[in-house]
Design a protein around this ligand. Structure first.
Ligand code: AN0
Ligand code: CP
Length: 329
């Protein structure tokens, strides 16, 4: 695997899931595969889980790891070609990328949506330059439009908990109803997490429903033919998994609203009233989460909240991806 961006990059999803469960059984099975190989993790934005889980996954494979926080200690980078660099930016991405590539074998990049220009974000202008100029395999650690390591970990988590639930309730064979729900947040957040979640759920064997206020429609390339239900309570009825997330306006229907916060309606905050109409649903969120904005204390602390095992599975999804990239070097 040379690029990890979309669900299609992982190939047969069933095979990838099996590989994930094998690695979870014995995460040190391939501890010599990455000997003398270096992973470089580049962060243009903050991170707790992605940074730690990806580093841990690389170490499980015997790799060396270098982490760079671009905004803390590196030169400020210009990203546009043709700019007269007489401002505060000392270096251009076009030199920085091949230089970074020369010190490693595999590159991971986190670079969020900038919300300056929808087209630049949705064309993945930054990550595509890494793919083009680094000379290395590149995996996305949340780009302008996708967060595939998160969605892969989410799917692993859903399969695990659905298997347990099905065994307990003797409902083997039934597809779980998975609901992606928008929830309020004070700041404009990217669409990367819901985009990838929708893309991966569409590829998985689940009954997938998206619920959000009008104007928050996700880009068709990710949401595909998924069912969209504007009535949140109706969407939650009989759900087996609730996946809460805020996202800012994707600008699908009104491009001028791209990246804006159109609404902070707190009736969308997931609380016990919402969970009561579900099928005793598991609660999921990628974290970090703002309590009592996205989800109430009661729900996130309830026995069916699986946000911690979900985050733990980030180590597993990262390890499958790094393993595949090492095998293809
Ligand atoms: C980011 C987002 O919503 O995309 C990262 C989530 C994994 N969240 C924040 O910036 C709070
Ligand atoms: N879920 C996730 O990617 O978390 P971080 O932003 O902390 O890496």
């Amino acid at each position: 695997m040379k690029v990890f961006q979309h669900v299609s990059d992982i190939g047969d999803l069933k095979v990838a899931m099996q590989e994930a469960f094998d690695i979870k059984q014995d995460r040190f099975k391939y501890q010599t595969l990455g000997k003398n190989k270096t992973a470089l993790l580049i962060f243009f934005n903050n991170s707790l889980r992605t940074r730690l889980s990806t580093q841990k996954a690389a170490m499980n494979l015997g790799m060396n790891v270098i982490v760079l926080d671009v905004n803390q200690g590196a030169w400020k980078l210009e990203t546009e070609r043709g700019v007269v660099m007489d401002g505060d930016k000392s270096e251009h991405l076009l030199e920085a990328i091949p230089v970074m590539g020369s010190y490693c074998d595999i590159i991971g990049v986190r670079s969020f949506a900038r919300f300056e220009n929808r087209q630049d974000d949705y064309e993945e202008k930054i990550l595509n330059q890494f793919i083009k100029y680094s000379g290395r395999p590149v995996f996305f650690m949340e780009s302008a439009t996708v967060h595939p390591l998160q969605a892969f970990a989410d799917l692993i988590t859903i399969e695990e908990y659905w298997k347990k639930r099905s065994e307990e309730t003797n409902t083997n064979g039934k597809k779980p109803k998975v609901v992606l729900s928008w929830a309020p947040h004070p700041k404009a957040l990217p669409q990367a997490v819901p985009n990838s979640f929708a893309e991966w759920m569409n590829a998985a064997d689940v009954d997938f429903v998206v619920t959000h206020p009008e104007g928050y429609e996700l880009d068709p390339q990710f949401v595909g033919n998924a069912r969209v239900e504007y009535d949140q309570m109706k969407a939650f009825e009989g759900a087996d998994f609730i996946y809460a997330k805020n996202w800012s306006c994707p600008g699908v229907t009104r491009p001028e609203d791209y990246g804006k916060v159109l609404l902070k309606d707190m009736s969308w905050t997931v609380d016990t009233r919402h969970m009561a109409v579900t099928n005793n649903a598991f609660f999921m969120h990628c974290l970090p989460v703002r309590r009592n904005m996205i989800v109430s204390d009661d729900v996130i602390e309830s026995p069916t909240s699986i946000v911690i095992p979900e985050a733990a599975n980030r180590e597993i999804s990262a390890q499958v991806v790094l393993k595949r990239m090492l095998e293809a070097l």
